[in-house]
Design a protein around this ligand. Sequence first.
Ligand code: FO1
Length: 312
Amino acid sequence: MHYVALTGGIGGAKLALGLARILAADEIAFVVNTGDDFEHLGLHISPDMDTLTYTLAGLSNPEAGWGRKDESWQFMAALDELGGETWFRLGDRDLALHVTRTGMLKEGATLTQATRRIAASLGVRQPIIPMSDDPVRTQVHTASGPMAFQHYFVRDRCEPAVTGFEFAGAEDAVPSPELATHLDGCDGIVICPSNPFVSVDPILAVPGLEEALKASGAPLVAVSPIVGGAAIKGPTAKMMGELGVPATADQVAEHYAGFIDGFILDQQDAALDGTLAMPTRVAQSLMVTLEDRERLAAETLDFVNALRKGTD
Ligand code: FO1
């Protein structure tokens, strides 16, 4: 069997880890949002790919969800002394990854190639594929104008009210060449419980990518990032409110309508089961323990397989 999962950062990486733990390494490939990427201190930072890489490598910081465990912060302290920019925190060990990737890109490697080499160095065997090798940069529209994503998310702690989003550069981007090899003979596609607006939409904004997923013929299942009217992680519910959309799981399903074949609701939203314009499955989608991640991954694949066989 072979599956493809689309993911953003911290929330999505939890299910990604569950999938990686219950499948063989050659049965799953991850397509990751790079709309959060930015150039900072002369380095190419790729937060969602780093979060997934560290998570699959067993190196992630369990409290923050981003960055590495057992981190030290000497570089940040020294940068602060020099009056440098410290709003975006780069740990000493984490810094090594950004320096390595930036060097590879400067020498002519694509982001796909650089990611493959870094993941292999850290012992990750599952393919981690950036949505595109071309720069796509999420801009968050607010009442005071457009903002670069990390300025909105980290520097301003998601405080500005959003009015919309733009994926600068998407129109000229092409999907990573590695994607096609994983869609050939694909048995199912999972959209992890990531933010639909700033984690999944940038992936789908790459011209040809959504069409390639559909053309694979594999059933597409999204796992709700909204549980009982709140986001599992991050600003999804706050954004929905600001965009004038009720922060409910059915509104997320509606957002993906026409694209997905099935939707996974949390037990807290079981009342919505059977009320959506697509097949639904109810599961425990809050992932606290490792077992929670594995259980949700197994339930998701069971749903995908049932949709493919026409038994759901
Ligand atoms: N998130 C924060 O909230 N604060 C940080 O200082 C921060 C630093 C950081 C460094 C490297 C990296 O790969 C990710 C980092 N993140 C940080 C996470 C991050 O930017 C966001 O979680 C994502 O972009 C949203 O998915």
